[in-house]
Design a protein around this ligand. Structure first.
Ligand SMILES: Nc1ncnc2c1ncn2[C@@H]1O[C@H](COP(=O)(O)OP(=O)(O)OP(=O)(O)O)[C@@H](O)[C@H]1O
Ligand SMILES: [Mg+2]
Length: 269
């Protein structure tokens, strides 16, 4: 990567989100993510991880505070400028199953091309070349380009999802639980790939995860949310037992118990 790293590639300042039904998903969240950082967002179910990620590309609008992406405030009128600079990777991959690998990867260019090209599927040649480059980068090989996505394994589908996210050489990649539906071995492969690609390209990554062991292994930095607030912000090595307790410590709420060693809400025995 060339040039000076921007220490404020992504900045949240006192961000709040109250959904129309009154649910407060985030309360005064402030954090800055420097360029090139692999920042993992941890936290129990309902902590606000997806809400935080979806605010970066304007899928969810804050009800307080502000978000700045690469120097541009995230607002309705700036979204056309911001969205091509952000790639997104989803838990359920969000691919068009009946379409080919090539078409799915190419669709990552949609935010940058005109409507008539999108409708007629006439993608400029440079995006077709980039599709070939990316399919190789994610370890699939060009022979996969014509295959239907529905015939691929989950791990292969997420490789396509990663290739699509990098199509426009984004400044930021948002990954919302990208390995939640994959087994542990494939999860490691996918996170290794995401980390390598982002490091090689100088991309900033905001990645939500449920698994603390994976967060420890892959994150440059971990920010943990609990009840919509930042409960921890530091390096993986600082995530000791006390910090873990502050994130997942037993919360008894009615009949629900959040277990410390298994950060999911389960029915109380
Ligand atoms: N569209 C919505 N309308 C109302 N409440 C919502 C909406 N989306 C999310 N919430 C609520 O906001 C809170 C945060 O939700 P969010 O999906 O951001 O959490 P999360 O940390 O991503 O959870 P999970 O780990 O289960 O994916 C939760 O209480 C959730 O029920
Ligand atoms: Mg979520």
């Amino acid at each position: 990567m060339n040039g000076v790293r921007d220490p404020r590639m992504l900045a949240f300042d006192s961000v709040e989100k109250r959904y129309p039904d009154g649910t407060v998903a985030l309360r005064s969240v402030s954090m800055q993510v420097p360029q090139g950082e692999f920042c993992v967002i941890l936290g129990p179910s309902g902590a606000g991880k997806s809400t935080l990620l979806r605010m970066v590309n304007g899928l969810v609008a804050p009800t307080g505070g502000s978000i700045v992406v690469d120097g541009i405030p995230v607002e309705e009128k700036t979204l056309p400028r911001i969205r091509p600079r952000i790639g997104m990777i989803h838990q359920q991959f969000n691919l068009v199953l009946r379409s080919s690998v090539a078409t799915n990867i190419l669709s990552g260019a949609l935010p940058a091309i005109s409507t008539w090209r999108a409708v007629t599927h006439l993608f400029p040649e440079r995006y077709r070349r980039r599709t070939c480059e990316l399919v190789a980068a994610v370890g699939l090989g060009e022979e996969h380009l014509r295959r239907r996505v529905s015939g691929l394994s989950g791990g292969q589908q997420q490789r396509v999802g990663i290739a699509r996210a990098f199509m426009l050489d984004p400044a930021i990649v948002l990954a919302d639980e990208p390995v939640a539906s994959l087994d542990p071995k494939i999860s490691r492969d996918i996170l290794s790939l995401l980390k390598r690609e982002s490091r090689d390209r100088g991309t900033t990554v905001l990645c939500s995860l449920h698994q603390m062991d994976l967060a420890r292994e892959f994150a440059d930095r971990i920010v943990a949310l609990r009840g919509g607030e930042v409960a921890f912000d530091g390096e993986p090595a600082d995530l000791d037992e006390a910090a873990t307790d502050s994130i997942y410590g037993e919360i008894i709420a009615g009949d629900l118990l959040i277990q410390r060693d298994r950060p999911k809400i389960v029915a109380r025995a």
